[in-house]
Ligand binder design. Structure first.
Ligand code: NAD
Length: 296
């Protein structure tokens, strides 16, 4: 099918590349010309703005780094909302349910259907097409884009309520964020007591402490001290804040979530929004006076 794709970053580029390789005709846009040129070299057509994308295709997907970026791309000046052909806007970004509902309402005024489709599984999952793809929106619209979403990963229909898939995604990411800081604390404790971090990770991964941080993030990006897993701290903190807001909105107060939120605020304060999220261990190491990994 003809697909517009806006936002060719860590996640967007590999998703767009897979769609092109699967035979879909892509019309793409990103504010960074270099990534757009790279996708064009792989068969996509370049557009000059979100509106230009939406002038050419009925289905526009987006993978953008902030709530503001999704709002602007969808409904701002020269946005998807002004496109001549567009019928549906599929947001693959994590924006939280409130922003999803806001974009949904603004687009509905122009008869454009907003479909939430946040994803989980990181850059590796985007490259391999193994992401968890969480979709909410009208069932019929979902069926129209299902084949394309199948190229990106394993697709789950969460419901027709706008924003439902965002709530699902935030529950997932709160767990992912918790795993990183909790694993960091456990590892720092062990290393402070003299344990070998590589042995610790092997034991945890063979035992009941195993989680996505111990399984993927520590072996690949923390123990080798490369801190290059491919998800920015700023994006992780965005998701944790969104999860806390979502809880507040529901009248909930959650103790683990609050503690995880405070830890991630420390990480962004000390490591910066552009750091890789695996750098979350650094403030914990600093306070303990140890380094986890780095040498044989
Ligand atoms: P990124 O910062 O790597 O990529 C964002 C891209 O959007 C960049 O290429 C940027 O140039 C482009 N962009 C920004 N503003 C734009 C605009 N106004 N118009 C057009 N292009 C614009 O971010 P990412 O890591 O790819 O994340 C994208 C979304 O996916 C976020 O919502 C994030 O939370 C979510 N996500 C990321 C991961 C991950 O592991 N990186 C995993 C799951 C979900």
């Amino acid at each position: 099918m003809d697909i517009g794709f806006i936002g060719l970053g860590n996640m967007g580029f590999p998703m767009a590349r897979r769609l092109t390789e699967a035979g879909h005709r892509l019309v793409a846009f990103d504010t960074r010309k270099e990534v757009l040129d790279t996708l064009v070299a792989r068969g996509a057509t370049a557009a000059s703005s979100p509106k230009d994308v939406a002038d050419q295709v009925e289905t526009v997907m987006a993978s953008l780094p902030s709530l503001q970026a999704s709002l602007e791309v969808a409904t701002g000046a020269n946005g998807v909302i002004d496109g001549k052909r567009v019928k549906r806007f599929v947001d693959l970004s994590t924006v939280g349910s409130q922003m999803a509902v806001k974009i949904h309402s603004l687009l509905a005024r122009r008869d454009i259907v907003q479909i939430d489709s946040p994803v989980s599984g990181g850059v590796g999952g985007a490259e391999k097409g193994t992401l968890a793809v969480m979709v909410s929106g009208p069932r019929g619209e979902f069926e129209t884009i299902r084949t394309a979403l199948d190229v990106i990963g394993k697709v789950f229909f969460i419901g027709d309520k706008p924003g439902a898939a965002q709530t699902m995604k935030l529950a997932n990411n709160l767990l992912s964020a918790t795993a990183i800081v909790a694993t960091s604390e456990a590892m720092v404790m062990g290393v402070k007591a003299g344990l070998d971090p590589a042995v610790m990770i092997d034991v945890i991964n063979a035992g009941s402490g195993m989680n996505t941080a111990s399984r993927d993030k520590f072996p690949r990006s923390v123990l080798p001290r490369s801190f290059d897993f491919g998800f920015a701290t700023g994006l992780m903190v965005k998701d944790v804040r969104l999860a806390l807001e979502e809880m507040k909105q529901l009248g909930l107060s959650m103790e683990v979530a609050d503690a995880v939120g405070r830890l991630w605020e420390t990480v962004i304060g000390e490591e910066g929004a552009a750091s890789d999220f695996t750098a979350a261990i650094k403030p914990i190491e600093r306070r303990a006076g140890v380094i986890v990994g780095g040498k044989k």
